[in-house]
Ligand binder design. Structure first.
Ligand code: HEC
Ligand code: HEC
Length: 409
């Protein structure tokens, strides 16, 4: 800017003026001109050029109409004929799942035990969302990219490449490892968006004091959910990890669900503790009516069958067939609840009140649900989010040292 020329007469005044203008320019750029990381994360979420072969994106297995889950028991991978062994979970509220911990827990009878809690994936193998979003790209049963260099290469050719490049700057853009870091950060920002955490279900209204938000049948179902069904012992109705109920304690259990072939060791596969074989993290039941089929392996087709399973698993072994790890199945809290048919129908009815209205309004043409007005923006709740941290992420040491010559990936 010639205006800022050093030869100007009243240099100091001009300097001050330039500084103010400069700051104003930066503010304007950041706030109004550049797309936010979350918006880039959204583009990445939709981008089918990031798989090998091309054709698969996050949204292929996490479909908005199904609360970002997959109606198929297991999702096919990018490579024809390949698939994983687990059912794609909902991404609603995934950003609020607490980090993986081994923690002291008080049981119902007041004894203290240590137990695993939280973490992303059914076996909690990702400590936080940032670790989680790195895996699908390179999972041979999912997007199947060979390495981080390929991901960076594909991103540089993406339709949103220019926007992304202008946000991160030249140095990062040309550095595979740093660019990868920003891809993952952008996805995390996207998954933290208000759209994923509306708390807009009728159960929210009811728990907030609107007593007529639930029907007669649903109210009876709530009674069963709290008492005879013992559901609320694990699918918490009270706020625990978040200021509103997430309908899970994020603890681990082996329910003895029907086997679907190859044994899945779940938590025990990671911890190598034989008592934890076949244990999986309790999912949130928010929007559960939209996410059939159920359980970590998609082995139970409907909510009615889920409740029948909890009710009579042990009396009806024939019906459910073998389970992967019978020796660690929880027989204390479920399996022979003695619920009547009416109670079963009522609990099922209740679970329909866990659906966010914003999701009920997603049409076939619409890509994403609307954001419920009044939902706090991410900046307002940042400090409360489980994965948020000031420090550099341990998986990416030195990523902010602009001069460091970091090569490793
Ligand atoms: C081929 C299907 C497929 C694709 C593609 C896919 N996912 Fe997933 N996703 C799954 C499955 C299956 C699981 C559960 C796996 C497990 O527990 O081991 C999962 C789990 C998750 C979770 C953890 C949720 C929880 O409750 O623990 C998140 C978050 C997630 N995916 C986000 C993404 C993102 C972001 C992308 C794109 C980069 C993506 N997924 C691509 C199938 C897929
Ligand atoms: C002891 C803890 C515990 C209790 C009690 C419990 N659940 Fe669960 N629930 C879990 C766990 C753990 C899973 C995941 C198991 C798996 O995938 O293998 C689960 C899964 C589910 C699912 C499948 C969700 C999905 O997205 O696939 C539904 C539905 C469900 N529970 C409803 C209920 C109902 C209704 C009750 C009461 C009748 C109940 N649960 C009682 C721990 C519990």
């Amino acid at each position: 800017m010639t205006f800022c020329s050093r030869r100007a007469d009243r240099a100091i005044l001009r300097f001050a003026l330039c500084l103010v203008m400069g700051l104003f320019y930066v503010r304007l750029t950041a706030a109004d001109l550049l797309p936010t990381a979350a918006e880039i994360g959204k583009q990445i979420f939709l981008d089918t050029s990031l798989s090998q072969p091309k054709g698969q994106a996050c949204i292929s297995c996490h479909q908005p109409k199904h609360a970002f889950a997959d109606p198929r028991p297991v999702s096919p991978g990018a490579v024809a004929g390949r698939s994983g062994t687990r059912n794609s979970p909902s991404l609603m509220y995934a950003a609020l799942i607490p980090g993986f911990v081994y923690e002291e827990v008080l049981t119902n009878d007041g004894t203290e035990i240590f137990a695993h809690e939280g973490g992303l994936f059914y076996d909690g193998r990702a400590q936080d969302l940032f670790q989680q979003v790195q895996q699908p790209f390179f999972d041979p049963n999912e997007m199947n990219l060979p390495d981080r260099a390929t991901l960076a290469e594909r991103i540089r050719k993406a339709s949103y490449a220019e926007e992304f490049r202008s946000v991160v700057g030249e140095k990062i853009w040309n550095d595979d490892r740093k660019l990868n870091y920003h891809v993952f950060r952008a996805l995390v920002e996207f998954l933290q968006e208000p759209m994923f955490r509306p708390f807009d279900a009728r159960i929210d209204d009811y728990l907030a004091g609107k007593k007529d938000a639930l029907s007669e049948a649903e109210l009876r179902g709530l009674e069963v959910f709290r008492n005879d069904g013992k559901c609320a012992d694990c699918h918490f109705l009270q706020p625990a990890n978040w200021s509103k109920p997430l309908l899970s304690d994020f603890g681990y259990d082996n329910l003895g669900v029907p086997s679907r072939g190859k044994k899945d060791p779940g938590l025990g596969g990671r911890t190598k503790d034989p008592d934890e074989l076949g244990q999986f993290r309790a999912p949130s039941l928010r929007n559960v009516a939209l996410t059939a089929p159920y359980m970590h392996n998609g082995s139970i087709a409907t909510l009615k069958e889920v409740v029948e399973f909890y009710n009579k698993r042990d009396a009806d072994l024939q019906r459910w067939g073998p389970t992967d790890y019978p020796q660690t199945v929880n027989h204390d809290d479920m399996g022979k609840l003695g619920l009547t048919d009416q109670q079963i129908t009522d609990v099922v009815a209740l679970m329909y009140a866990f659906t966010d209205r914003t999701l009920l309004r997603v049409s076939d043409k619409q890509k994403f649900p609307a954001t419920k007005p009044g939902t706090p923006r991410t900046v307002e709740i940042r400090l409360l989010l489980p994965g948020w941290t000031h420090r550099q992420h341990p998986d990416f040491p030195g990523v902010f040292d602009h001069d460091a010559n970091d090569e490793s990936s």
